[in-house]
Design a protein around this ligand. Sequence first.
Ligand SMILES: Cc1cc2nc3c(=O)[nH]c(=O)nc-3n(C[C@H](O)[C@H](O)[C@H](O)COP(=O)(O)O)c2cc1C
Length: 320
Amino acid sequence: MWSLARALLFMIPAEEAHGVGKVLMRMLARFIPAPRKIQNNPIGLAAGFDKNAELLDVLPKFGFGHVEIGTVTPRPQGGNPRPRLFRNAENKTLFNRMGFNNLGAGIVSGRVRRIRPKLPEGFKVGINLGKNKDTPDESAAEDYAAAARSFLDLADYFVINVSSPNTPGLRALQTPEALIPILNRVRSEIESTGRSIPVWVKLAPELTGTELQTLIEALDRGGASGFILTNTQGGVYIDEGKELTGGWSGQNLTTHSRQRLIEARSYTRLPLISVGGIMTPEEALERFRAGASEIQLYTGFVYGGPFLVRNILKAIRKQA
Ligand SMILES: Cc1cc2nc3c(=O)[nH]c(=O)nc-3n(C[C@H](O)[C@H](O)[C@H](O)COP(=O)(O)O)c2cc1C
């Protein structure tokens, strides 16, 4: 069934297929019973798949234990002009230059507020935070804090995303000097509520060696709760002779993202979420062996469908 649906979806442009895929998931969800409780499920849906919390209510049915909504920016924004999502099916990769298209923290938090009470016990909702494109880097911390403010009573965890290649200048914030103030601003928003919400930092696969070590150690000391490695790999795609810049995901990332996990594991004892090029249950198990506490899927879910989630869960159970 999935291979038939996939074959049909792959006949239309990628972003439109994503829209149709979401409608299909909602239809399919009617035939899948909802789990009442979610226990020890370390597989999440990575950020960017459900940017606006449109699928939040049905995701637990597809076997996920958590979802990362967003990236959400304080104000709504349209993202880059289309086409901005492409697939290379032979290599099982995707190329995107979406540019944080999202409905903004106000609308998205309204949706999460409505759906949250209906979610199964134990299902976690993460909120991936970003800055608006037109906000200067000097005021970035204010944007992350403003986006977080709308979700203070809703998020199970926050993610500071400074690793998307599609917002000009964003990756330049991947330094202790830029990130510590952002982390502090988000943490003080949380502290003002008396709740405790973990704040993770999501990093790019290009960060490696001493640069990665310095950053991780500084953020570890600075109060980060853990790290999500990795975002997409910056690159170019030639569309009808035009060179487009953006980020690659899927099979091309498998080795890079696994390597970054292994590196990060040697720099910190904080929990690590591994994401990037997890296309098979074997690779998922590899990530847990390398020290990931949880994993996330995006491109693997596009190519492998819901069966990938189920098969990873089975493989984990078999190992236990
Ligand atoms: C179309 C698309 C949109 C994405 N949007 C976001 C986003 O808004 N925020 C973010 O942190 N990561 C975003 N990502 C990155 C994914 O969350 C993930 O880190 C990356 O794709 C690597 O995982 P994968 O190889 O399993 O896809 C996006 C990825 C894709 C393919």
